[in-house]
Each structure stands twice: as C-alpha cells, then as structure tokens.
Write a protein that binds this ligand. Structure first.
Ligand SMILES: *Cc1c(COP(=O)(O)O)cnc(C)c1O
Length: 393
C-alpha cells in the first residue's frame, strides 16, 4: 500500500491549528483608509502600514491612472531586457535625490530587494553579522548568499563588536540591521553600529522598510534621521509601506547600484514593476519633497495615542516610532483582546509566538496620518474598556 505523499501537509496543518498558530486571513472590502470594511464590518483600521495615507491618495491614484493610459498595465519583460521604461528611470532618479544618495534601483518588493542585494555583496567565503531580530527577508537573503550568519544581540553594539573580534578574517564582512524593528517599533543604534563597521572595515546595510516615510527629514529614513549619509553602504527601502504602493528599492553609491543591475537576480530574472506602480511611487516622493505635513501628522497621532494608552496603564514596550505594541503577555489574552476589539469596531491584530518571543504576545497598533483625533479616541476607549474587563489594566 502506498502512503499519502501529502500527509505531511495534513499533519503540519493540524499542528498549527493545535498550537493556535494557524494564519487566518481577513478580507478587506474597501480602499485602505482610517476606516475600512473587513469581513462585512466597518472598523477602525489600526493594522495597516499605510503610515501616510498614500495607499488611497488622490494624487497617487491620478498618477497611476495617467501611467496606465500612456503605458498600459504590464511591464511585459524583466528590467534588463525590455522592462525599463522612462517611468522606472524617473522613479530611481527621484528616489536618489530624496534619499540624498548617488543612485537607487527599484525591485518588485522590499523582500526581493533583500534577496537581490545580500547575495550580490557576500558569498560563502565571507561573513554576515545580523541583528537577532532582523526581518525574515533579510534572513532569507543571507541564506541565499551562502555566507555564514553570525547573530548579534538585538540593538547591542557591544555584542556586535564582540562577534567581530571573535571572527577575524581577511574576507568580506557585512553587517545588517533593520532601521526600525517591525514588532517593537524600536530604532537600531545606527551611529554606534556604523562606527564599529568603519573600525572593522565591514560593509553595513540598513533595511529601513519601516523607517522610510516615517523617520528623518520629511520621511527620508533612519540614515537621514541620524545624519549618516555616505557612511551606510546600502539602504533597503520598501515602496509598500509608507509609500503606499508596492515594490522596494536599494539606495547607495552609484558603483553599488550599478553592481546590482549586473548581479541582482530579481532585476535580471523577474518582471519589472508596472507603470502604474512606479508612477504612483514617484508621486508619493514628490508629495514628501514638497511638504512634511503628513509625516508631522503621523508623529503627532503616534505621540497622542501612546500618551493616552500609557496614562491608562498599558505597556507599550520599547516603541520609539508609530509602531505601538500593546504588550499583553500570553497569546490567548492577546487573541481574546483582538477578537473583542473587532466586535466593537476596532481592527488590531494579535501577534504571538513565533513572530515574537513566548510570553511576549501583543496587539500591534499601527498609527497613520489618516487617523483623526476622534478616531484615535474611539480606539483608545475600546482598548480601555476591554483592558479593564480582561484585567490587563
Ligand atoms: C515589510 C518589510 C520588508 C518587506 O517589504 P515588502 O515591500 O512588503 O516586500 C522587508 N524588510 C523589512 C524590515 C520589513 O519590515
């Protein structure tokens, strides 16, 4: 008798279900905004990465529509064959000016940007030093490179320095960190990390997916925030969070970016971003270059929400950015909390192990410039009522 060759999938699904780890997808039935329709309910959106409201911004939509009218819907090729339009070139030039770097290159996602970049910089003879809480796409990019991965303690320059001292080599060294960490909202200690990188002659790469559009002058990111221009070798950005569209990019010296045009496999072997995507992204950068109003609004909302939540007795962890974890401890409590919030019109997802450590389950609140003060008050009131009911505060 033959065994069912797909039995392992059935078993794995049962395991995930048992441990409460099954991913359940909610379906959004409206445009991204402060309020959205989810599974038939109108709810306050405290979950999305739409920091500045660009996902449904009239100027971005108009730019995308104009690009479709002129260039159609599909790129029809990879970048290196026939997929590079003047819209792609314009976006990359606009981003370079905005980021205050020599050049940028766009990819289909932030995830792909990491997969393209890391194997282009190091190979199996070299060493990678990676913050232990780095994003999954960094980890996958590191694995793809074949280089041994040495993890240093989260946001701990002394730990990085120790690992570098323990692993002296004449081959290439690459230090990688998130700029802003997505689960806690804390910021990497970049000045210290850069200083260490320079002392050890190591390349340093910052994945600023949650810093773009949020930190720095008018949202220029973590490197701009710390004034480290020219001292970080590679910056990874995403166009899918604050920029509100889809895609990713790499920013840095022209020689590095040109190297990625030669070696970045998603550039060479996966089709380009669509004309509508790149045109909308250029419009987002234009808006940020002309005004920092939306970034200011994002930060004043974040400060307001955090202050009220802390006054009410909630633990917001080590957040320094609009990413606001509400620390609840047990995964069951966080799930129950999230379920009740949804019943009362607030969409905020619980996050538990293995995305965050055991016993550190939380609801991760994402603040946006689209929220009004009454919106935030609505959310805060629901949090307080449920928090008291569940004896969390
Ligand atoms: C979200 C995220 C990514 C992935 O970006 P996409 O554009 O959604 O693929 C990469 N790195 C970090 C640190 C992220 O937070």
């Amino acid at each position: 008798m033959t065994t069912n060759k797909l039995q392992f999938i059935v078993d794995e699904r049962a395991r995930l279900e048992n441990e409460g780890l099954l991913v359940k997808v909610r379906t959004i039935e409206s445009a991204q905004d402060a309020w959205i329709r989810v599974d038939g309910n109108r709810v306050l959106n405290l979950c999305s990465n739409n920091y500045l409201g660009f996902a449904n911004h009239p100027r971005l939509k108009a730019a995308a529509q104009a690009a479709i009218d002129e260039f159609g819907v599909g790129p029809a090729a990879v970048r290196s064959i026939a997929g590079t339009t003047i819209l792609h070139t314009k976006l990359e030039e606009t981003l370079a000016r905005f980021k205050r770097v020599e050049a940028t290159i766009s990819f289909q996602s932030g995830f792909n940007s990491n997969l393209a970049t890391i194997p282009s910089l190091v190979g199996k003879e070299d060493l990678i030093f990676s913050d232990e809480l780095n994003h999954a796409s960094i980890i996958d990019g590191c694995r793809l490179s074949g280089a041994p991965i040495i993890r240093f303690e989260h946001c701990n320059p002394a730990s990085l320095e120790q690992k570098l001292n323990e692993n002296i080599t004449t081959n290439r060294l690459l230090i990688i960190t998130d700029g802003v960490f997505s689960m806690d909202g804390d910021i990497a200690p970049l000045p210290e990390l850069v200083e260490i990188a320079e002392r050890f002659n190591a390349m340093i790469m910052v994945d600023d997916a949650h810093g773009e559009g949020v930190l720095g002058e008018s949202g220029r990111g973590a490197v701009d925030h710390f004034r480290l221009h020219n001292r970080v070798d590679v910056e990874i950005g995403t166009l899918s969070k604050a920029f509100g569209v889809i895609g990713g990019f790499v920013a840095g010296k022209a020689i590095v970016i040109e190297h990625l045009r030669q070696k970045g496999r998603p550039f060479l072997f996966s089709s380009a971003l669509t004309p509508a995507d790149v045109a909308a992204c250029s419009a987002a950068v234009d808006i940020l270059e002309s005004s920092d109003n939306l970034v200011q609004k994002l930060w004043s909302n974040a400060r307001y929400f955090k202050k009220k939540m802390r006054e009410a007795g909630f633990d917001t962890g080590r957040s320094e950015t609009p990413i606001t974890p509400i620390m609840l401890g047990e995964a069951k409590t966080a799930q129950e909390f999230s379920r009740r919030l949804f019943e009362q019109g607030v969409f905020a997802m619980a996050i538990g192990f293995p995305t965050v450590p055991m016993g550190k389950a939380r609801i991760r609140v994402m603040i946006s410039a689209t929220h009004s003060e009454p919106d935030l008050d609505f959310g805060i009131e629901r949090f307080i009522a449920i928090g008291k009911d569940l004896r969390v505060i």
